[in-house]
Write a protein that binds this ligand. Structure first.
Ligand code: 6PG
Length: 479
């Protein structure tokens, strides 16, 4: 075969197909392969004119079509299918070749796969890709992990197809082994939190403010031109504007109110529990989806007629719309602060040396959580790379302190009117928890020492102590 491909894509469902087209549209020759050849043929028949594709029927032909070091992008459903593809291709590859998993894999699987392939002299790149089908075709945000040297050979191609902000690609080497997939996972966790907060804002405007979905769409449209400007706010306005063709009712009223998930938000929370990072905003959003989907429990509550508040108090203080905007912005800042803290904790745990500012930078376009305020996150880490929490950066501190009165009013109104706003409320509780000079954790330490002799530290001297609770004089001893 005369012409060789710079990159290959195996797995040609819509994401893989669009990634392959994106590479081809950028002038790269792309080898394409799928388990069933029909899809490969379909791609070339439909989109062959967009660039140069080398369709391969077998794994052997596919590998033979690639220049060295070979770059093989795998785009299959995360899980056993990924292992099956690796098992199929790894024996056909040579030292220094790259297998690039572009699916939403769990970072622990990526670590395992990377270690196993490294032993065979192959480079495994766990690569987060965000932006859905459209992003894959027109410019996603790309979060590749894996060996640094593989980025030297792969990065330029990825940077070509990535989304751009002022000409700068939304793609960078995240860190070794599972770092790329970890960051993509947290991206999705933040996505869940963002969506939950937006949903709570909508619910309050509708139930407390009495606004129609159309009016709320207009409000989101306005917010989108301000500091909340983001893809998720923009599409929320579109969804709320939509009218159901068959009933003439607002689209949002004919959709079953049970949110589903593929699991990346849940993984984020599981990983955060192991790392001991309180990502309460993400956790609330995962649990809120689970609560919405708990049809049996909701039915039992409805059947029992669980009572709500006796009188619906008015929203006290400010203008509800303006207050909800403030609550949304402040809670969003908390969710991002928690997500970034989780990335930093994992980076430390696994020795990934992830640059958090660079993550904010590559999330500014292409991905689902792209938002204006990521510029400020980037600036915060540029100013202070070791920033402990975004909340203490000047911009965010000002934003949250400016928002807090409105934020508190919104949480009060939600509680008084019996409208669930777990995202807003827990973000506020987290903020107050961080602010607190003394936390009741001291009492918990006392309880632990009482029933389990678990010991405690004192504020006034070094060491561990235990009180002999069972004795009459309850003396304290060194532990
Ligand atoms: C993206 C999205 C994408 C997908 C997730 C979330 O970054 O392009 O996050 O990965 O939409 O699978 O989906 P669930 O809500 O179903 O978990």
């Amino acid at each position: 075969m005369s012409q060789k491909a710079q990159i290959g894509v195996t797995g040609l469902a819509v994401m893989g197909r669009n990634l392959a087209r994106n590479f081809a549209r950028h002038g790269h020759t792309v080898a394409v392969h799928n388990r069933s050849y029909g899809r490969t043929k379909e791609l070339v028949d439909q989109f062959g004119h967009e660039g140069t594709f080398i369709p391969a029927e077998s794994a052997e032909d596919f590998v033979a079509a690639l220049e060295r070091p070979r770059r093989v992008v795998i785009m299959v459903k995360a899980g056993p299918a990924t292992d099956a593809v690796i098992e199929e291709f790894a024996p056909l590859l040579e030292e220094g070749d790259m297998l690039i998993d572009a699916g939403n894999a769990h970072y622990a699987d990526t670590r395992r796969r990377e270690a196993a392939l490294k032993a065979k002299g192959l480079h495994f790149v766990g690569m987060g890709v965000s932006g859905g089908e459209e992003g894959a075709l027109h410019g996603p945000s790309i979060m590749p992990g894996g060996p640094r040297e593989s980025y030297d050979a792969l990065g330029p191609l990825l940077e070509d197809i990535a989304a751009k902000v002022d000409g700068e690609p939304c793609c960078t080497h995240v860190g070794p082994d599972g770092a790329g997939h970890f960051v993509k996972m947290v991206h999705n966790g933040i996505e869940y939190a963002d969506m939950q907060l937006i949903a709570e804002a909508y619910d309050l405007l509708r139930q407390v403010g009495g606004l129609s979905p159309q009016e709320i769409a207009t409000t989101f449209g306005e917010w989108n031109s301000g500091r909340l400007g983001s893809y998720l706010i923009e599409i929320t306005a579109e969804v709320l504007k939509q009218t159901d063709a068959s009933t003439g009712r607002p689209f949002v009223d004919i959709v079953l109110d049970q949110a589903e998930q593929k699991g990346t938000g849940r993984w984020t929370v599981q990983a955060a529990l192991d790392l001991g990072v309180p990502v309460s905003g993400i956790a609330e959003s995962v649990f809120a989806r689970a609560l919405s989907g708990g049809a049996d429990v909701r039915k039992a509550a409805a059947d029992a007629g669980l009572p709500g508040p006796s009188a619906g108090a008015e929203h006290a203080g400010g203008d509800l719309r303006a207050d909800v905007e403030q609550a949304l912005f402040a809670s969003k800042i908390v969710a991002y602060a928690q997500g970034f803290q989780q990335i930093q904790a994992a980076s430390k745990e696994y020795g990934w040396e992830i640059d958090p500012g660079a993550m904010a930078k590559i999330w500014r376009a292409g991905c689902i959580i792209r938002a204006k305020f990521l510029d400020f996150i980037k600036q915060a880490y540029d100013k202070q790379p070791s920033l402990t929490t975004l909340l203490v950066d000047d911009y965010f501190l000002d934003a949250v302190s400016g928002a807090q009165d409105a934020w508190r009013r919104v949480v009060v109104t939600a509680a008084q009117q019996g409208i669930p706003a777990p995202g807003f409320a827990s973000a506020l509780a987290y903020y107050d928890g961080l602010r607190a000079k003394r936390l009741p954790a001291a009492l918990i330490q006392g309880q632990r020492d009482f029933f389990g002799a678990h010991t405690y530290h004192r504020v006034d001297k070094e060491g561990s102590f235990h009180t002999l609770w069972a004795t009459d004089d309850r003396t304290e001893v060194d532990a």
